[in-house]
Design a protein around this ligand. Structure first.
Ligand SMILES: [Zn+2]
Length: 87
């Protein structure tokens, strides 16, 4: 486990510290219908902001950081961030 998730109820970019999630106002309406975008997550390792989908938020799919300089891969497990185990 690398940390716990903080949920912001208001979009305050300065408060998007690593491991913070903000649920989109139009959650479920953008992206693919089978797995729409749901929230913005600040990478727990480097703080890069990225969109995550409903399945990623539910822990069904791993989240992979979008930054070139960070290779964090992790699962969201309820309120915890869990490092993806190497295969
Ligand atoms: Zn990262």
């Amino acid at each position: 486990m690398i940390g716990e998730i903080d949920v912001l109820s208001e979009w305050i970019p300065e408060q998007m510290l690593p491991g913070t999630i903000f649920v989109l106002e139009n959650a479920g309406k953008v992206g693919e219908q089978a797995d729409p975008y749901w929230a913005v997550l600040s990478c727990p390792s480097c703080g890069t902001l990225g969109l995550i989908t409903r399945k990623q938020l539910a822990g069904l799919l791993p989240v992979i950081c979008g930054s070139d300089r960070c290779s964090a891969q992790f699962f969201i497990n309820d309120n915890d961030i869990v490092t993806r185990k190497p295969f």
